[in-house]
Design a protein around this ligand. Structure first.
Ligand code: ATP
Length: 343
């Protein structure tokens, strides 16, 4: 009998609510016969916050933790000050659930127009460290608001935190084209950069089949537009990863076709999968949103749970759908049905 997995579903706001049901349907159809899913819905996001002021009540977070994985739609609303939901909900989950790998695949599908004149084959994945670096809140301010104000943001890099994400990247490379590129700025950030490089070199010895190289972050931004085919697995820290994943999303044609995962690879807590786009208030409620990225997030969830063949079914269906119908205007439901029919 197929094992049943518990999935926490946070549809969120705007188009998140419209695309997430298609991710669930794709999950079920692709995994038919190999896994079953039981869902627990969570009403979190901007609408909930505006209604009763809650962002992530402790009791609900505990229930989220008891699931095997999380599907997230999108959260956000222009009426809410930037940072409240990002810090109180998304970053809080990322830190509390120790989701130390931020995984962002970038693939240029046939039928999608890249802004690059000669994009070539683009198929790489960014493995971004998600819990350390400049984003873990180490720092402070003194004499705030005065002419003598001092503000610090400290980049935290631990050997433990770096090694676990390096290991994830090499393991992932074994399932792909077996090449890891470390991206940093080790000529200037000599302390952290040197530690990252030494850990990469050490872990690489355990993966003789995987080749690896190094690029500075500034050179990477150039190669991402001049020769994106050179990349397979890009491994980088929290800040650099934040920046290059946006650039990576742009070269493969924008937000419609990209998903991401916040992963706790030790499986101590559930990992979270989501489309990279936001709640898109401009088109919400109009059955216009493209559910493809949400459906791809379901494929990432399946890969994470070890169902690679089921995930491949989704990838193949999405690829065929985009190639044949990518340029036709369709409703959310039509795209969902078309992809589902191919799974
Ligand atoms: P956030 O800060 O939450 O990322 P944002 O406004 O910067 O929000 P999105 O909500 O992703 O970004 O919207 C950016 C633009 O892309 C909007 O014009 C939106 O309509 C469009 N868009 C986003 N997602 C989709 C989708 N799935 N299908 C069609 N259009 C989309």
């Amino acid at each position: 009998m197929a094992k049943t997995y518990k999935i926490a579903v946070i549809p969120g706001d705007g188009i998140g609510k419209e695309v997430t049901p298609w991710a669930q349907k794709a999950l079920e159809k692709a995994a038919e016969g190999v896994a079953d899913f039981e869902y627990e819905q969570f009403d979190l996001g901007a609408e909930r916050y505006l209604r009763d002021g809650s962002i992530l009540p402790e009791e609900e977070e505990e229930r989220i933790k008891a699931n095997d994985a999380i599907l997230l739609g999108a959260v956000g609303d222009p009426r809410i000050k930037a940072g409240i939901l990002e810090r109180g909900l998304l970053l809080k989950l990322r830190f509390d659930l120790d989701q130390y790998v931020n995984l962002r695949p970038s693939k240029l599908y046939k039928g999608v127009t890249s802004p690059l004149a000669n994009p070539g084959d683009i198929d790489f994945v960014v493995v971004r460290e998600g819990t350390e670096g400049l984003y873990c809140g180490a720092g402070g301010a003194v004499r705030r608001g005065t002419p003598n104000e001092v503000a610090t943001e400290v980049s935290i890099n631990t050997a433990y935190g770096v090694e676990r994400v390096v290991r994830y990247a090499f393991k992932l490379a074994m399932k792909r084209r077996k090449h890891v590129t470390l991206v940093h700025k080790k000529n200037v950030l000599v302390n952290a950069g040197d530690m990252w490089q030494r850990i990469v070199d050490r872990v690489a010895e355990e993966y003789p089949e995987v080749t690896h190289d190094y690029l500075h972050i500034d050179a990477t931004t150039i190669f991402l537009v001049s020769n994106p085919s050179r990349f397979d697995v890009i491994l980088t820290d929290n800040l650099f990863g934040d920046i290059i994943t946006d650039e990576a999303g742009a070269v493969v044609g924008g937000v419609g076709y990209s998903a991401s995962g916040c992963i706790n690879a030790s499986d101590e807590y559930p990992s979270m999968f989501e489309p990279i786009h936001g709640s898109a208030p401009d088109i919400a409620g109009q059955n216009k949103a493209n559910p493809t990225a949400a459906i791809l997030s379901a494929a990432m969830l399946l890969e994470h749970l070890g169902f690679d063949d089921a995930a491949k079914k989704i990838h193949a269906a999405v690829e065929a759908d985009i190639e044949e119908l990518g340029s036709t205007v369709r409703t959310t439901d039509q795209v969902g049905k078309d992809i589902l029919a191919r799974i």
